[in-house]
Design a protein around this ligand. Structure first.
Ligand SMILES: CC(C)(COP(=O)(O)OP(=O)(O)OC[C@H]1O[C@@H](n2cnc3c(N)ncnc32)[C@H](O)[C@@H]1OP(=O)(O)O)[C@@H](O)C(=O)NCCC(=O)NCCS
Length: 195
């Protein structure tokens, strides 16, 4: 069991690039396209996300967000990525690995969002597939978890295509759109087949 105790050194968030998508950690230079895309997608995203703070799309709030991300990276508890279309490096969405737990658990949680105008084109499936080797081979975690609302057909389909298995149902699991809502629980473990 010695391996469970191994200390994982600071791991900078890498740039992960495939033919379709490129993932990298956000920086202040991303504020303009990020706030534009999130703002234009507000009605598309808010039914599936925690309530946005009133100032969420402002520059100071983005700066605070980056500071929180930086802390998580330093503490090795989270790895935030923005997702770009490799062809022209247009920002298309975001993907976050959070709640990294070591010890006997060795797991983390996956979250994601896609700009409305880029949805349904396979970008997030490509992004999730691309981040899986980072989770299992670089971070050497054992389990990657994701939760989604039972009526989120796009998210369920995406997780299934990326090799996740539905494992459970958690009552009033997350506070989404201002309400504690039931969620489906999905996971992929390190020795699962990767599509
Ligand atoms: C969920 C989300 C990230 C998916 O990103 P995406 O880039 O659109 O996903 P992809 O195009 O890679 O794959 C989506 C799959 O769902 C399918 N899909 C989309 N809408 C669907 C619907 N209403 N019913 C059934 N399937 C649907 C697509 O057809 C595709 O499957 P296919 O390749 O077999 O055709 C994006 O739709 C989104 O941001 N939604 C709003 C916010 C959200 O749900 N966040 C996640 C919370 S868990």
């Amino acid at each position: 069991m010695e391996f469970l105790r191994s200390v994982v050194p600071f791991q900078p968030t890498p740039v992960i690039s495939t033919e379709t998508v490129t993932l990298r950690s956000p920086s202040m230079g991303d504020y303009q396209p990020w706030s534009e895309l999130r703002g234009a997608s507000r009605g598309f995203l808010t039914p599936w996300e925690p309530v946005w703070p009133v100032d969420d799309l402002t520059r100071p709030a983005f700066r605070r967000r980056l500071r929180r991300y930086q802390r998580e990276i330093q503490e090795a508890t989270g790895y935030p990525f923005l997702v770009f279309r490799t062809a022209d490096m247009a920002l298309v969405g975001g993907l976050t690995l959070s709640h990294v737990v070591r010890g006997v658990t060795q797991s983390c949680s996956l979250g994601y969002w896609m700009g409305e105008r880029f949805a349904g084109r396979g970008f997030m499936t490509a992004a999730v597939r691309a981040v899986i080797p980072f989770v299992f081979d670089t971070l050497r975690l054992h389990r990657l978890e994701a939760a989604c609302l039972p009526h989120n057909a796009a998210s369920i389909r995406l997780l299934e295509k990326a090799g996740f298995t539905r494992e459970g149902y958690a009552r009033r699991y997350l506070n989404i759109d201002g309400r504690w809502q039931d969620h489906l629980l999905f996971a992929i473990v390190s020795d699962d087949p990767r599509p």
